[in-house]
Design a protein around this ligand. Structure first.
Ligand code: NAP
Length: 407
């Protein structure tokens, strides 16, 4: 109903985007966004990139300026932590004591860095405050150890190396970004980092954190001025679990992004949903998921969208001036076919589950990436695998043209 009260728990990109999309969809009822940080909703991707090398303020990162929320009658409350959801009375209780009634509740509570026992004194990177602390610590010649060869570890490594730091990345698995990328792309990125002077140690974990460095399982001691940890995230799903919603490494939602309570939705990296593109049950930690899921749920609440959520997952990263773009989601073990020569410039890697295209990883190949998103949105069973594997065939040429009838 157009006048329903919507309460959004979570002041990140997913939460803010839900509120913005609700107004765009014509919803006229009260909208409240509750965020526990002291800032207006902001974009996190620059925190591990530009923010670390430039003395910029947070304003440039805001999803919208304060005036936008005022103009659109969206109440954004910062420093507001929700401690309980009462599904009987349909209220969200704030730590400070107030209880906000809702007709629709949207959980956009996100994730938090996975803690590493023993590493309590180390830096991590999730929030603006974390990025400022890391930025203040980076300087030429300093020794930085990054625990975790995921997106945070590698992006920070690239920036720190460019500043002139001596950087070592310690990854527990046998290759970096193992869960996200093909072995070929991991190997390529490891090569790029090594060329740029970053030391990458794989198959190793830190056995102890000491003053002035860390000790690896192998016994090697790595001296460090600063140690930062990026070993993945934990979904902030406790609120949902305590409210009796179904939770399994994230808040479980159906293909419309609705939780086990029909008045409660979940969006962004806390939501575990059945992905209609990949056929897999996923929790996606990406800007794309936050933004697209927000638009979907807003449309459902406003009554402008019908049917299930269906969007092609995609991701990007930047390391040492290379742009990594990923369309789709592959599982470990999915086959990888390289198009082009990684040693000599831009290239793409098609991932196949059986004969079906499930993802395309590209380096500096924006056109292939956009084409891949279109291909993955369509009927992948109808794609010609030989053509996909042929670097002489542009992926864009395989995208079905709309039937326009006879001229
Ligand atoms: P991540 O990308 O999930 O990578 C964490 C890496 O650390 C994984 O390879 C993980 O292996 C490894 N690891 C786990 N425990 C370890 C240990 N004890 N010692 C060494 N390595 C260990 O997570 P993240 O880099 O921490 O990033 C945090 C969040 O920010 C993620 O949601 C990420 O997607 C997001 N982010 C995204 C981007 C982007 O998309 N460009 C950029 C920055 C941040 P396992 O797989 O075995 O756990």
């Amino acid at each position: 109903v157009i006048d329903d009260r919507v309460v959004v728990v979570g002041g990140g990109l997913a939460g803010a985007s839900t509120a913005i999309a609700l107004r765009r969809a014509g919803h006229s009822g009260p909208i409240t966004v509750l965020g526990d940080e002291e800032h207006l909703p902001y974009q996190r991707p620059p925190l591990s990139k530009a923010v670390l090398k430039t003395a910029s303020g947070i304003d440039a990162l805001h999803v919208r300026p304060a005036a936008f929320y005022a103009e659109h009658d969206i109440r954004v409350r910062t420093g507001a932590r929700v401690v309980a959801v009462d599904r009987e009375s349909c209220t969200a209780a704030l730590e400070e004591g107030a209880a906000l009634p809702y007709d629709h509740l949207v959980l956009a509570t996100g994730t938090r860095p996975r803690p590493l026992p023993g590493a309590e004194g180390c830096l991590e990177l999730r929030t603006w405050a974390d990025a400022l602390a890391l930025r203040a610590a980076l300087r030429p010649g300093m020794r930085l150890v990054l625990v975790g060869g995921g997106f945070v570890g590698l992006e920070v490594a690239a920036v720190a190396a460019a500043i002139g730091a001596e950087v070592t990345v310690v990854e527990g698995l046998d290759r970096v970004l193992r869960r996200a990328l093909s072995p070929e792309m991991s190997a390529h990125l490891e090569g790029v980092h090594r060329e740029e002077g970053v030391r990458i140690v794989t198959g190793e974990t830190v056995s102890s954190f000491e003053d002035g460095g860390v000790v690896l399982g192998s016994g090697e001691r790595l001296p460090a001025d600063v140690v930062a940890v990026g070993i993945g995230v934990v979904p902030n799903a406790e609120l949902a679990a305590e409210a009796g919603l179904v939770v399994r490494d994230g808040i479980v939602v159906d293909d419309e992004l609705r939780t086990s309570d029909e008045r409660i939705w979940a969006v962004g990296d806390v939501a575990r949903f059945p992905c209609l593109i990949s056929g897999r049950d996923l929790r996606l930690e990406s800007v794309q998921a936050a933004a697209d899921q927000a638009v979907h749920v807003a449309g459902r609440i406003a009554g402008t969208v019908a049917g299930p959520y269906r969007a092609v997952p995609h991701f990007w990263s930047e390391q040492h001036g290379r742009r990594l773009l990923i369309a789709g989601v592959a599982a470990e073990g999915d086959e990888a076919v390289v198009r082009g020569d990684p040693a000599s410039g831009p290239f793409s890697i098609c991932r196949f589950a059986g004969d079906r295209l499930v993802a395309v990883e590209t380096i500096d190949q924006g056109r292939d990436h956009l084409a891949a998103r279109k291909l993955l949105a369509g009927d992948t069973a109808a794609l010609d695998r030989a053509a996909l594997e042929d670097p002489g065939v542009a992926l864009a040429s395989l995208v079905a043209r709309p039937v326009t009838g006879r001229a």
